[in-house]
Design a protein around this ligand. Structure first.
Ligand code: FMN
Length: 263
């Protein structure tokens, strides 16, 4: 298929889904949004453009919203989106439609894909067995999604009126605060100054000062830093101390560090 897939990820779910879908659709171009944003106006030069990213507070990640607003889609005739999530829905496709309609285009296909939830400030990640089951189900669903995309179907998962109204409130409150939510990160004494947190941050929001990470208040709250820390020195709020860390089993932290390289 003559297409490109654009992704954003914190803990690898969306990258793994983007890669699996690319392979099913025979698409060779998988482009990180964080890297593409650093190079002027991002554009799609293919007939098909796909976007794969996580659900954040029932809506679009701030960086994805910005990417879509700046993205030149003139050459695309079919647009799809896959939203990886822990379990809830939101108003992603509604917001995407608004952005795309300003570019005189629209979303052809959009699907929510349940994968292991990574939001450890609120809940613990599931057991490895539960994760394995969720990832197997996600893979089965991706096969079905790929068939629909290959058929060129127009189909978007419904987001009900009540859900959209609730999401509007929750997501807009979150978006107003997200860049400064990094004030909730704290560091334990066992930090080894390995710098992985800084390297894995997709938006370069962490600078190492005297061997310790300092958050710079343009956070996306992707939580890559807290999940990547090999000694669990990073905490977020008050409840993460005893909670497990997560990243997609097929996506290494080294690979996640690459998404911010300028394209
Ligand atoms: C800031 C933040 C907010 C989240 N909000 C939701 C949500 O509203 N609903 C949901 O089902 N999952 C939510 N999640 C879980 C992620 O969407 C889910 O784990 C996703 O697959 C992570 O993708 P990634 O590994 O590509 O970063 C949230 C995660 C983060 C970090």
């Amino acid at each position: 298929m003559n297409g490109s897939i654009f992704y954003f990820t914190g803990t690898g779910n969306s990258l793994a889904a983007a890669e699996e879908l690319a392979s099913l659709l025979d698409i060779s171009e998988i482009i990180p949004m964080a890297g593409a944003l650093q190079n002027g106006e991002p554009a799609c030069n293919k007939e098909v453009a796909g976007f794969v990213f996580p659900l954040y507070y029932w809506g679009l990640p701030e960086i994805v919203e910005r990417f879509l607003a700046e993205f030149n889609l003139e050459k695309c005739s079919y647009i799809f989106a896959i939203v990886t999530r822990g379990g809830s829905k939101g108003k992603v496709f509604d917001d995407m439609e608004k952005i795309l309609s300003e570019k005189n285009t629209s979303l052809n296909a959009g699907f929510y894909l349940t994968m292991p939830g990574n939001y450890i400030p609120m809940y613990d990640v599931g057991s490895e067995e539960k994760q394995r089951q969720q990832l197997e189900k996600a893979s089965n669903k991706l096969h079905k999604i790929a068939e629909m995309i290959l058929e060129g179907r127009d189909e978007v998962d419904p987001e009900g009126v009540f859900l959209k109204a609730m999401s509007s409130i929750i997501h807009s409150r979150w978006k107003q605060k997200v860049h400064r939510k990094d004030v909730l990160f704290s560091l334990k004494q066992n930090c080894t100054s390995c710098e992985l947190c800084s390297r894995v941050c997709p938006v370069d929001n962490i600078r190492m000062v005297n061997g310790r990470p300092v958050w710079l208040h343009h956070c996306q709250e992707c939580l890559a830093c807290i999940h990547a820390c090999p000694v669990e020195a990073i905490q977020f709020g008050k409840k993460t101390e005893d909670r497990r860390r997560y990243h997609h089993p097929d996506v290494s932290w080294e690979k996640i560090t690459e998404q911010k390289k300028p394209i």
